[in-house]
Design a protein around this ligand. Structure first.
Ligand code: 4NP
Length: 157
């Protein structure tokens, strides 16, 4: 049996999309009985130490999940060996993650929506500059991907 999956979800600011991805994955893993670790980070350092955006907190709360205690952080070189998978929320995040990868990286890096066969190559759009309805779209995207990722991990992906 391979190592317990350790998944890092990465967006730009680590206050809107990747905290929701982390929360959706934790719930999907729990529901499926998958023993996994999860965390999230940003490629940028704009919101280090901050709680998630209030609109992300409200969206997660709507699905019964409390993310008020999550704290923004920036991806580090160590993340590339600490985690088994690093999931990028969009193509820009993916390019940044690949650009700063250390030579000894072992994590598998992929676009989050690649976990959903009919959504390969798609971005989870950045809802930061939009209205709160955009955060429901973000939740639907990350929840669909989280459930597909859990299935993939349970079947040896
Ligand atoms: P996130 O959204 O990458 O989903 O956390 C953003 C959060 C903050 C900013 C941009 C995107 N910002 O420019 O501060």
């Amino acid at each position: 049996m391979s190592l317990k999956p350790r998944i890092l979800f990465v967006c730009l600011g680590n206050i809107c999309r990747s905290p929701l991805a982390e929360a959706a994955f934790r719930k999907a893993a729990d529901d499926a009985g998958l023993d996994a670790e999860a965390d999230s980070a940003g490629t940028a350092d704009y919101h280090v130490g901050s709680a998630p955006d209030p609109r992300s907190i409200a969206t997660a709360a709507g699905y019964g999940i409390d993310i008020r205690h999550y704290k923004g952080r920036q991806i580090t070189r160590r993340d590339y060996t600490r985690f088994t998978h690093i999931m990028a929320l969009d193509a820009d995040n993916l390019a940044d993650i690949e650009r700063i990868a250390p030579n000894d990286a072992t994590a598998r890096v992929a676009l989050l929506l690649d976990a959903v066969p009919h959504r390969r190559g798609q971005d989870v759009a950045d809802p930061y500059y939009g209205d709160s309805a955009g955060f429901e779209v973000t939740w639907a995207d990350v929840d669909e991907a989280a459930q597909a990722l859990v299935t993939q991990l349970l079947t040896g992906g």
